[in-house]
Design a protein around this ligand. Structure first.
Ligand SMILES: Nc1ncnc2c1ncn2[C@@H]1O[C@H](COP(=O)(O)OP(=O)(O)OP(=O)(O)O)[C@@H](O)[C@H]1O
Ligand SMILES: [Mg+2]
Length: 224
């Protein structure tokens, strides 16, 4: 699903920062992978490259057979829509849209007709246990519920790659556990590859594989 070869990423600016320095790794279809490491070690940068949100400075990032650095911005945007869904620590829901409308949004962007999009959104909300909250605005939901809406939105398009950047970071441990259980059951039930950045040892321990970053390099890569 994902192949990185000698990937480096530097940010030019007042001070030039090397966020990733020489990453080579392969993530197979259907893996559930945790990315760990201290703050500033390059975890989010790595995820952004995998999701085609950014391109490497050198090296190649091949996702679902596409060499992302070689694609135009337009093609990368099409790639993101068809292949990747993202879950963020801060949910990133549209505050003026109901849960149902938030979930349907990527379908509208993909040109799905409204009626069908609404039905798919309702099914996705049911699958995360939030059928009764479909008409609520984000600020009428708890943190854990908001994250479940974000997960429903990530699932609704059927994208084969799910990238999660500290999905439990804003939640207390009980709510965080629910979100992790949900991600594990999604992984079990659907044909989806999940890469999850986390600081939480419990979250990492449920993953089949843990990649440890330090100073922009892979310091550890363990399975089981
Ligand atoms: N857009 C940017 N411009 C300049 N520097 C950046 C940019 N994005 C990230 N960096 C730098 O790159 C390094 C890696 O950042 P990254 O966000 O990937 O870390 P992280 O491992 O996700 O950290 P955290 O656990 O705090 O989220 C950091 O030193 C950061 O300051
Ligand atoms: Mg980060």
């Amino acid at each position: 699903m994902i192949e990185l070869r000698d990937v480096t990423k530097t940010f030019a600016g007042k001070a030039c920062v090397t966020a990733l320095s020489g990453i080579t790794l392969t993530i197979r279809d259907g893996e559930l992978v945790a990315v760990m490491g201290p703050s500033g070690s390059g975890k989010s940068t790595l995820l952004n490259l995998m999701g085609g949100l950014d391109v490497p400075t050198t090296g190649s990032v091949i996702v679902a057979g596409k060499d992302l650095a070689k694609e135009s911005e337009k093609n990368r945007s099409l790639f993101r829509r068809s292949t990747v869904s993202y879950i963020f620590q801060a949910y990133h829901l549209m505050p003026t849209l109901t849960a149902s409308r938030n979930v349907a949004l990527p379908l509208h962007l993909a040109g799905v007709f409204r009626r069908e999009a609404e039905e798919m959104a309702a099914a996705a909300l049911r699958s995360v246990g939030l059928a009764e909250r479909a008409g609520h605005l984000p600020d009428e939901l708890s943190g854990g519920e908001r994250q479940r809406v974000a997960i429903a939105r990530a699932l609704v398009t059927g994208a084969p790659l799910l990238l999660a950047d500290e999905p439990t970071g804003n939640l207390d441990s009980a709510r965080g556990k629910e979100i992790l259980d949900l991600l594990v059951s999604i992984h079990r039930e659907r044909d989806v590859t999940i890469v999850m950045v986390t600081h939480d040892p419990d979250a990492a321990s449920i993953c089949e594989r843990r990649i440890e970053l330090r100073d922009g390099r892979v310091e550890g890569d363990t399975r089981g």
